[in-house]
Design a protein. Sequence first.
Length: 134
Amino acid sequence: WISVRTPSPQGLSVAPYKGVNLCLIVHDGMKFARIFDMHWMKYPVCNLEMFSLACKAVNEVNKRSWRTKVVYTIEDGILWINSDALMALDYGISDLDQYFSSTLDCLLDCRNFYDDVMYDLLKGSDGDGNDSKA
């Protein structure tokens, strides 16, 4: 389903999936893998309005998502939006390829979900499609 490249200097393995380089962390003997979709949106930290909206969007997405999580990191004055998923490594799963691909698809869908919530926040609603000015 994906091929993993040599680990990076940070110890992360990079795996291209549907045109996106995902980072994988798998430790020997562990039954889980953590998969990251890193640095897919950015805002300057000095733009306090966008910083605030981005943090609200992250929180709203996480309230409504159960398979993946969106987080932000701050590096060199930039607020980066990232997403990650925890995936069980159980070869007893009947359709392992479907399980892996659906988990990775959900991870990538976070981008669209975040964009939808951010759009709602920018137009003045609360991120849930409700007008916050009512």
